[in-house]
Design a protein around this ligand. Structure first.
Ligand code: BTN
Length: 208
């Protein structure tokens, strides 16, 4: 039997309570279902939205990976989210954002679970040579304003092998598979956002 928090949906209210003074997480939205969080966040954002808005979805019906690949987003089993940012880089600097996000994911996994992921450039986080997380950065040029960056992050958390398509099963892993136990997604989401916030401020923020 799994404890209730393992099975629970993400709670936007509980997440928000941890990020009052943060940049990443100053606004948090959780939706049940969307196509891709990288698109949905632009529908939620307004022209005046400050950077740091985070949008999670429990289910993506059209999750995107790098090079136009599909990203599998099993319902309620992973962390599928995007962050709206206005980093102090130009469009050509977007690989730096991808590397930052991959390192922050890897660091959060290491801190929380004492396993040591590796980063396969440009955007994969792996455990035992299998992909546990990926990053998709999409930049939007703005006239006379700081460029927008949408940083999309997918982390495989509580899937079992059968939750992945057969053709991916020997190349992917979830945290639960690596640890041989289920993981509290809410708790890990807080740890991950904290690490993203701390490291983003140090490297990219204009008003840190
Ligand atoms: C990759 O490794 O190819 C990148 C995967 C990125 C997946 C995440 S899930 C949340 C966000 N929304 C998307 O459609 N893609 C990213």
């Amino acid at each position: 039997m799994c404890p209730a928090e393992i099975l629970a949906r993400l709670s936007a209210d509980e997440l928000r309570a941890h990020f009052h003074n943060a940049l990443i997480g100053r606004e948090i939205v959780v939706v049940e279902r969307t196509g891709s969080t990288n698109d949905a966040i632009l529908q939620v954002a307004t022209a005046n939205s400050k950077e740091g808005l985070v949008l999670f979805a429990e289910h993506q019906t059209a999750g995107r990976g790098q090079r136009g690949r599909r990203w599998e987003s099993a319902v309620g089993k992973g962390l599928w989210f995007s962050i709206l940012l206005r980093p102090k880089i130009d469009i050509a600097g977007s690989p730096r954002l991808t590397a930052w996000a991959a390192e922050a994911i890897s660091g959060a996994i290491q801190n929380e679970f004492s396993v040591s992921p590796t980063i396969k450039l440009p955007n994969d986080v792996q455990i035992d040579g299998r992909k546990v997380a990926g990053v998709l950065v999409e930049m939007r040029a703005q006239q006379r304003a700081t460029h927008l960056a949408i940083v999309g992050i997918g982390v495989n958390v509580n899937q079992s092998p059968e939750d992945f398509p057969r053709e991916l099963q020997d190349r992917v892993i979830s945290l639960a598979m690596a640890l041989d136990r289920q993981v509290d997604r809410q708790k890990f989401a807080i740890a991950l956002l904290r690490n993203l916030d701390r490291t983003y401020r140090a490297q990219f923020a204009r008003d840190s």
